[in-house]
Ligand binder design. Structure first.
Ligand code: KIV
Ligand code: ZN
Length: 433
């Protein structure tokens, strides 16, 4: 008793966000190569980094955090390789993480030499716990540290041949008093000097997800109301999934006024991971929003990410898991079957197939795997397989008998049946072969 406390209440008269729906995609930033990589059992080697970077470009990411080059030799070398081999398209901004120390910032700019568009992502911890336990610093000392960092970035920016953007993260934001988070962010933006041609990214990380997702949205809305020069500030989310609600937190934060989303593919990242950008983006796609990201070959994405991270993908992972476009139960199979036939028969493209939130073909998945047969399956599913895989169009009157025969075999074997086994049952039942 008394070990855990309720999260503090946020005073926010006239909350705006619950009345809205998301109507446009945010700016996306992949942190796979930094937050994702730093959490791996075996961090990526150069080849894997290059493979993942190429995938991110192919998917359409325009902002990519490639690492913490001042803290790690391989991340320094990787960035140099991207520059030396001319692998960074002109419309892509390379982001690098750094802390407010001169030797780190100097090294960061050394790594960035020749990069045309770069975001220097400066962070320091601001939460009550970190100030008290880890750093032993007052709020004013933490502000001083952030401002020293800004001054150093400005100093090195002056000699950099290319565009430099600033991102500032009050790290552990979700454990930070809101008025302090706003105060330090406002000091940072004022010191950087912002206007419509020089915007700043204020990234508000749920470094640890500490409350229900509506609270994160309230925090974003509160910050949005309290940041000076708001029109020149890009509010960025960076959610982790400690409570399992990073998707909801990010979506509600977008409704609450956030402009940008940092996350990873398939949710790799510290502890429970960063928010999964694939899910957020395909949630938007399913509501008709053009996300600017191309997930039309999801199997390739999964393959590359699994190879690079050495982490498996859960078969029920939204949109990408092996089983998410599959139905075993008879009533679901029947409804999908009818839905697919209806979809093909009508003129308009509006997707109306029960149990399938998006058209599997839009992510490069095929219909064949939608209906799979085990002892839960009904006659409709068996008929579907026989028709779609082997071209046998069974009269309705035959469906119950073949359905029962297939169910019996699946029960006997105690497992799913392959289409060829279903064909065999069909032949045994009707042709005695
Ligand atoms: O989760 C976090 O707070 C971070 C920061 C460095 C932005 O990854
Ligand atoms: Zn993070």
């Amino acid at each position: 008793k008394g070990k855990y406390r309720p999260y503090p209440k946020i005073e926010l008269p006239d909350r705006k966000w619950p009345d809205n729906t998301i109507t446009k995609a945010p700016i996306w930033c992949s942190v796979d190569l930094r937050d994702g990589n730093q959490a791996l059992i075996n961090p990526m080697d150069m080849n894997k980094k290059l493979e993942l970077f190429a995938l991110l470009l192919k998917l359409g990411f325009k902002e990519i955090e490639v690492g913490f080059p001042s803290a790690s030799k391989i991340e320094f070398d990787f960035l140099r390789k991207l520059v030396d081999d001319n692998l960074i398209p002109d419309d892509v901004t390379i982001q690098v993480l750094v802390q407010a120390r001169e030797h780190l910032i100097a090294k960061t700019f050394e790594a960035l030499e020749g990069v045309k568009k770069a975001t220097v992502h400066l962070y320091n911890s601001t939460s009550i716990a970190q100030r008290k336990i880890v750093f032993g610093k007052s709020q004013e000392e933490i502000i001083e540290l952030a401002l020293e960092g800004v001054d150093l970035v400005k100093k090195y920016e002056a000699n950099h041949n290319g565009e430099i953007f600033l991102e500032y993260s009050p790290e552990s934001f979700t454990g930070t008093e809101l008025d302090f988070a706003a105060r330090i962010s406002n000091k940072v933006t004022a010191r950087w000097g912002i206007n419509k041609n020089r915007k700043v990214i204020i990234n508000l990380p749920a470094t640890v997800e500490m409350a229900t997702p509506n609270i994160y949205a309230d925090q974003i809305e509160w910050m949005s109301r309290h940041l000076d020069n708001r029109e020149n500030v890009i509010i960025s989310t960076h959610t982790h999934n400690d409570r399992g609600t990073s998707i909801a937190a990010t979506e509600l934060a977008l409704l609450a006024g956030a402009d940008r989303v940092e996350g990873t593919l398939l949710s790799n990242g510290e502890r429970t991971g960063n928010v999964d950008i694939i899910t957020i983006a395909l949630n938007m796609t399913s509501q008709g929003i053009d996300t600017g990201l191309d997930f039309s070959n999801i199997n390739e994405v999964v393959k590359v990410v699994e190879t690079c991270t050495e982490l498996p993908t859960h078969p029920r992972h939204p949109y990408v898991g092996e089983l998410v476009y599959t139905a075993f139960s008879g009533s679901h199979q029947d409804a999908i079957n009818k839905g697919l036939a209806y979809q093909q028969s009508k003129e308009d493209p509006f997707w109306e197939v029960p149990y399938l939130p998006i058209d599997p073909a839009d992510v490069g998945r095929t219909y064949e795997s939608i209906i799979r047969i085990n002892s839960q399956s009904g006659k409709g599913g068996v008929a579907y397989i026989l028709e779609h895989n082997y071209g046998y169009q069974l009269p309705k009157a035959m469906h119950p008998e073949i359905g029962r025969a297939v169910q019996t075999l699946s029960d006997e074997k105690g497992r799913e049946l392959e289409p060829d086994e279903i064909l065999e049952v069909f032949k045994n039942t009707y042709f005695n072969i």
